[in-house]
Design a protein. Structure first.
Length: 509
């Protein structure tokens, strides 16, 4: 019974897809706080294990395009959150989105799910769907598939989401901070209606309790309608920067715009392109009917300036729960490290180095876990910078993603152009490369003890080549390994020795 003597509401069972992504990773704790029981569907469950809420949810392995795993995940669920999409600009992603949505809608009906909640994109008024960007067109189609299905659906449509770590915020932030004078595309004068991530989460949670007869889309946005130019100027004012000079030009196509953004900001072209294409048309809310079911609170939705200030404060305090890069980057490899060399057809190149250092293992581990981002990679900074720039020019993520947290890593975190594939605190950090290359690569760093009880740093770089070009790539960079990987091992152990206040004299093994 509750305090009024009425039966307490039965907790809802909620399935969350995309829990390793930016929105999904923030929605899960909100649902738990609201009293829901949460199950997460993930292709790689290990990515979720280090989240603070991991012990409070059920995690099942599966893929939204697989009927069997989706059906099993939806069994016993009241509400299903669909927060995945095949973001990208290459051919085929619209068909993947379409097929996955149909599988999800069909299996939700078979499992007796009472509601599907989907977060899509705000579409411009009066623009034919065929004229929309592929990204927006696909989002609209997925929403329509759910609304046409047998299970009542809530489709939330948002434009620019402002929150610490969001792709839209990072794009705005770096463009404004790095370019006091900007030559920009014409879309800087397109009006849009940004919304704070806190309000997006509030609407998502509130949608779970909508009445059964509600089966529709809702436009969601903040109280301000602004051009991108106005957003950049407000960012500059909020961040205490000098006034920016913005010069729009007509010649920057969406493709050129995305590469320009990829060079200036941490957001790679593959993600920047759908964001910039979405800004070609005015995207402003046509209604605010969501307030009938999720009532507005005092001061909510947050004005743009407040959402911006909150995001900046979170960044400054290093309290960014999830980032745009939490989800897999389009086209990035996701194969796990092979445990059997035969998996690589007999070709698994390896560079291994070991050094002993007179420090406790936990001191060495602190240096290992702090690698990347502002701390760099402990060897030949120019070589790492050049490799990062080459990756950016090839449309990859480059070195600018940095770290989510300056001192702590968790499985699934992005780390410059790597991703944390495995972490055993105090012992092992394994990174999987997400830069563009003709093969798959991993970097392992260990803090161990040898037979004599001394602390040993062990480092392995592994590469599985793809075709003849992959073999040629390995041998072309092999001459630099002594400088790059050898220098890394030496400098990591020296940094550990310096932190421990001992003589930096690591012994090779």
């Amino acid at each position: 019974m509750d305090t009024d003597g009425q039966p307490a509401p039965v907790p809802l069972n909620c399935l969350v897809t995309g829990a390793s992504g930016y929105i999904g990773g923030r929605l899960v704790p909100e649902l738990l706080e609201a009293g829901c029981r949460v199950r997460c569907l993930a292709r790689t469950p290990g990515k979720l294990r280090d989240h603070p809420w991991a012990g409070d949810v059920e995690v099942v392995r599966g893929d939204v395009t697989d009927e069997e795993s989706v059906g099993a995940a939806l069994r016993g669920m009241d509400v299903a959150y669909y927060l995945v999409h095949a973001l990208g600009s290459g051919g085929g992603f619209e068909e993947t989105d379409r097929r996955a949505a149909r599988v999800f809608a069909r299996q939700a009906d078979a499992a007796g799910v009472r509601r599907i909640v989907y977060l899509g994109g705000l579409t411009p008024r009066g623009v034919p769907e065929a004229s929309l960007s592929p990204h927006l067109r696909s989002r609209a189609e997925v929403g329509r598939i759910f609304l046409d299905g047998a299970v009542p659906a809530t489709v939330l449509r948002a434009a620019v989401v402002i929150g610490s770590g969001s792709a839209s915020f990072e794009m705005l932030r770096y463009l404004t901070e790095r370019l006091p004078v900007m030559v920009t595309p014409r879309w800087v004068d397109t009006r849009t209606q940004p919304i704070g991530v806190r309000d997006v989460l509030r609407y998502l949670v509130g949608s779970a309790a909508m009445p059964p007869d509600v089966d529709r889309a809702f436009d969601i946005g903040g109280p301000d309608v602004l051009t991108y130019r106005e957003m950049m100027r407000e960012y500059a004012a909020t961040a205490g920067l000098r006034k920016r000079l913005i010069l729009p030009v007509p010649v920057l196509t969406p493709g050129l715009s995305s590469h320009w953004i990829g060079l200036v900001t941490p957001v790679p072209a593959a993600i920047a392109r759908p964001l910039t294409e979405s800004l070609r048309h005015e995207v402003v809310c046509r209604e605010h009917d969501i307030a009938r079911y999720v009532p507005d609170l005092p001061g909510r939705p947050l004005p743009f300036g407040e959402a911006l200030a909150l995001a900046l404060r979170r960044v400054g305090e290093a309290r960014v729960a999830t980032r745009w890069s939490s989800a897999a980057v389009p086209g990035a490899p996701s194969d796990p490290l092979p445990t059997d060399p035969d998996w690589a057809g007999g070709s698994l190149y390896e560079d291994e180095r070991q050094l002993s250092v007179d420090v406790p293992p936990d001191v060495l581990w602190k240096v290992i876990e702090g690698i990347g981002g502002d701390n760099g990679w402990y060897s030949f900074p120019l070589a790492w910078a050049v490799r990062g720039w080459l990756d950016r020019f090839a449309g990859g993520v480059g070195l600018r993603r940095g770290r989510r947290d300056a001192g702590r890593l968790r499985a699934g975190d992005s780390l410059d152009f790597w991703r944390v594939e495995e972490i055993e605190p105090g012992r092992l950090l394994r990174l999987r490369a997400e830069m563009r290359m003709p093969g798959l690569a991993w970097l392992e760093m260990y803090a161990e003890q040898d037979a004599a009880g001394r602390t040993r740093y062990r480092q392995r770089a592994l590469f599985h080549p793809r075709g003849l070009l992959g073999h040629a790539y390995w041998w072309s960079v092999f001459p630099f390994h002594h400088v790059v990987f050898g220098g890394m091992a030496r400098n990591i152990t020296r940094a550990a020795a310096k932190d421990a206040g001992v003589s930096p004299s690591p012994r090779p093994r």
